[in-house]
Design a protein around this ligand. Sequence first.
Ligand code: NDP
Length: 255
Amino acid sequence: MSPLFDLSGRTALITGAARGLGLAFAQGLAEAGARVIVNARSTAQLALAAEQLRARGHDAQALPFDVTDEAAVAAAFDALDQRGIAIDILINNAGIQHRMPLVDLELRDWQRVIDTNLTSAFIVGKQAAKRMIARGRGGKIIHIGSLTSEAARATVAPYTAAKGGIKMLARAMAAEWAQFGIQVNAIGPGYIQTEMNTALMNNPDFDAWVKASNPAKRWGQPEELIGAAVFLSARASDYVNGQIIYVDGGWLAVL
Ligand code: NDP
């Protein structure tokens, strides 16, 4: 493996990694040599994900916490400190979707989506960066945005606002932390076949719309996001900062 993409000796924390894109990121980073720590709220599903990674020969551990709970996140990082584990790579992947016309949207649902998709990246990113700065060896932080970081669609306003915010939060963090050798970038996936999109995949009209409007004429698969994540986690991207890489089959190119 080229040393530019070799993650041996690095430890990566991936939030929202009990399934879907997060689990694919964990698998991909582990294959590139990283020790991976997978996070989610559901302890049972998370334990299963870590077990699945270990069964494939990877160094994987589960670390359950809610990314919106600042105290729980701080406690999780303290626990890592006590075990002598330093995070070199953080992927802020945990996210939720809530579809509702804006006029019917309750404030609590707006808040829940903003907290999980945007504020969490500040909460977890701050804990990781504080330690990366103190350690003096730099680090990599990757936020997961979306096509909605760039283009709006109806009925997903808080998600769109959060994912637009993620793109700018990556730039804001890069502006502050580049001097410490920390690169903060984002990945913007197109429509990918995961549990988050179960209802959409099972809706024949939506499925047909995805296949008709994407130049690739198909949905994406979680594994297709791994290349961007490994690049942004590795030495190869040491001079890339504050960027978002869209992995969308070319969709934004034709919007
Ligand atoms: P999934 O719903 O399949 O997985 C989401 C993961 O996040 C689960 O492991 C879930 O576990 C975890 N999670 C949710 N809330 C929290 C929380 N508060 N604290 C910790 N973990 C949490 O989603 P995807 O894999 O599809 O999405 C992953 C990311 O990619 C999200 O940020 C999403 O917005 C983004 N994305 C996805 C796209 C797609 O088409 N699939 C397109 C563009 C972006 P648990 O519920 O147990 O906590």
